[in-house]
Design a protein around this ligand. Structure first.
Ligand SMILES: Cc1cc2nc3c(=O)[nH]c(=O)nc-3n(C[C@H](O)[C@H](O)[C@H](O)COP(=O)(O)OP(=O)(O)OC[C@H]3O[C@@H](n4cnc5c(N)ncnc54)[C@H](O)[C@@H]3O)c2cc1C
Length: 595
């Protein structure tokens, strides 16, 4: 059997005609993404967006995805010393990882947004659907690689906004170039051995010398370990304890005089997954460092503006969104591999995709992917707008998307393993690695609990829930088609419940408030995803004369929000049985045909 270049045809994806997601163009093979682009890109930018995504979908679905399997089995290794016994702290990458990086850099994965061509788009910047689409593709191939690249991108943003001019001029061109030979990587080393969530306990010390700042101390989790530009937090001598006393620094791999900086790698972590990116422990020993942000001279206890953590959090908000997309990428890849396998494997004389329980799993997976895309691409759109309301929306959508997509990434990877039966548990099939990788993402950039607390914080500090509810109301505004009215009413009732729950939580004792953070955050994610699916359904009905998305939205709402007496066993809902082909193969549904 061969893979096909264009998996989609008018009748949807034919999973019997493809035997692997690898080798497909991941843009052409994703009708849901194509529809998002059609809806979200400005009309004048749509051709540009499609060209970029089709190009990247081919590169990542092809050689990058194929090499990801090789890199996973040949992870980076540390060469601490050279043959003469000199400490060199070199990370040696397999050729597969180097070739992938070259492909990504040269195709503009990072650099495109900094080019003149992008500035000439109608939006004046890289349309968020393109950038998000790039990450969504890469995370279907290997989230470890996406981690390193995401940190480089975040580092470029921080250097651009906050580095002193001479440092910005030295670093930014290397962090944003499309020339792989000139490229430098970024890292973000915050976690210390005593705690990652509790950053206030950070111990690394910064000392101001006649030659500038020097950092001493240890970091316990450092990914993209061989980055040329490391962003970190350290406490200047005499600064306040706690978060406010932490300043943000850039530590270069090489000092300004070209010698190797005082960055010593203790060892690499022996990780469960995300093998493509090296993660290790580091000692800083009088490491040359540059303060990010304003240098204050009026208060010698601080010698910085007390906003180090805020600046780090700017980066963390972006990288949290990147991790949400890691979960989403794994969801999509898991769905694809499960759907392909289920259309090839036979049991009891039939392909397993014909069995109702398998159909239900595949429908669940497809619906989750679309709900995940809905919240993630909406977050990206909000983040690209600069008005206060959009920024508050972005503030809350990022933790909600991370909460939802990283947890569902594990769930869907596990379901994909299950659909593969015993083969799924074996490493020469593509889904075992997805499950190993997925487990990292609920932890990276804030554990699930910390993310739920962040949702609470976004509400108490910025009233971000108000922006979310306003957005939900707008999303439901156009739901007048008969296929959507019941669904929209149910969402409306659920939104009222969420508001009631928030009011109750606000009055609850602090321990109860904290206890309910996860339940509340999950409920908020459910209503947000449901409303955004309805908005997509309205668009699809109007522009495609199809009610497929209305069915997806209805199924999501019936299974997540509506009451399910007898656990749904006696429900009359036949969506899985009657619309399996249309949902899983992305086929249109005539609006008048809906039961
Ligand atoms: C592969 C990998 C790569 C990493 N790379 C990096 C990197 O490049 N840079 C970096 O800075 N870090 C990195 N990390 C570290 C990661 O960000 C931390 O592991 C994470 O933030 C959690 O911190 P911790 O491990 O210290 O866990 P802890 O903070 O000790 O948390 C342990 C448990 O306690 C829970 N918990 C803690 N506080 C609370 C609370 N107030 N309420 C409820 N529950 C709570 C947590 O949810 C968690 O379940 C990496 C981690 C991994 C696994």
């Amino acid at each position: 059997m061969t893979t096909t270049e264009r998996a989609d045809v008018a009748e949807g994806i034919d999973f019997t005609a493809i035997d692997s997601a690898i080798g497909l163009n991941w843009y052409d093979a994703d009708p849901n993404l194509r529809q998002l682009v059609e809806r979200l890109a400005l009309p004048d930018d749509r051709a540009f967006a499609e060209t970029q995504l089709r190009n990247m979908g081919g590169v990542i679905g092809g050689p990058v995805a194929a090499r990801a399997e090789i890199t996973d089995k040949n992870p980076p290794r540390l060469e601490k010393y050279d043959a003469w016994g000199n400490e060199v702290n070199e990370i040696v990458h397999h050729q597969s990882a180097i070739d992938t990086k070259r492909d990504l850099w040269e195709n503009g994965f990072l650099g495109l947004r900094w080019t003149d061509g992008v500035r000439k788009t109608r939006a004046g910047h890289l349309p968020p659907v393109v950038n998000t689409g790039f990450l969504y593709f890469l995370n279907q191939a290997e989230t470890g690689m996406a981690c390193g690249i995401g940190m480089t991108s975040s580092a470029a943003g921080i250097v651009n906004r906050h580095a002193p001019p001479e440092i910005r001029d030295r670093f930014l061109p290397h962090l944003t170039t499309m020339d792989f030979g000139e490229a430098w990587a970024g890292g973000m080393f915050m976690t210390e051995v005593q705690g990652g969530s509790d950053l206030a306990s950070s111990d690394c010390a910064a000392t101001k010398t006649a030659d500038g700042w020097r950092i001493t101390g240890a970091k316990w989790f450092c990914s993209n370990l061989d980055a040329e530009a490391i962003l970190t937090l350290a406490r200047p001598d005499g600064a306040h304890p706690g978060l406010q006393g932490l300043a943000q620094f850039l530590i270069p791999k090489f000092r300004a005089d070209g010698t190797r900086n005082g960055v010593h790698i203790r060892r690499l972590k022996d990780k469960l997954g995300t093998k493509a990116v090296p993660t290790g422990e580091v000692d800083f020993e009088d490491a040359e460092a540059y303060l990010m942000g304003a240098e204050r001279t009026d208060d010698d206890r601080s010698a910085r503006d007390g906003r180090g953590v805020n600046r780090m959090m700017e980066m963390v908000q972006g990288s949290r969104f990147g991790v949400a997309l890691m979960g989403l990428g794994i969801m999509r890849r898991s769905f694809m591999e499960a759907a392909i396998y289920a259309h090839h494997r036979t049991a009891f004389g039939q392909i397993i995709a014909s069995y109702p329980l398998v159909k239900e799993t595949l429908v669940e997976m497809a619906v989750e992917v679309e709900a995940g895309c809905a919240i993630a691409f909406e977050a990206a759109e909000a983040g690209a707008r600069h008005d206060a309301e959009s920024q508050r929306l972005y503030r809350i959508l990022v933790p909600l998307a991370k909460l939802r997509c990283t947890r569902r990434g594990i769930d869907l990877a596990s379901q994909a393993v299950e659909i593969h039966g015993g083969n799924g548990y074996i490493e020469n099939w593509p889904v075992a690695r997805q499950l190993r990788d997925a487990q990292c993402h609920t932890i990276w950039e804030g554990t699930e609990n910390i993310i739920c607390l962040d949702v609470l914080r976004s509400m108490t500090k910025e009233h971000a829930d108000e922006a979310l509810f306003a957005r939900i109301e707008r999303a439901l505004g156009g739901a007048e088609h008969p296929s959507l009215t019941r669904t929209a009413s149910q969402i409306g009732r659920s939104v009222d419940e969420v508001k009631e729950a928030i009011a109750w939580i606000e009055r609850a004792p602090q321990d109860v408030r904290l206890l309910q953070a996860r339940r509340l955050s999950n409920y908020m994610a459910d209503v947000a995803q449901a409303a955004l699916l309805v908005e997509e359904a309205v668009w699809e009905l109007a522009h495609k004369n199809s009610a497929r998305k209305a069915i997806v939205a209805r199924y999501f709402v019936e299974t997540r929000l509506a009451a399910r007496p007898l656990r749904g066993i006696t429900s009359a809902d036949r969506t899985v049985l009657d619309y399996f082909e249309q949902i899983v193969r992305y086929q249109p549904i005539a609006p008048h045909a809906i039961g």
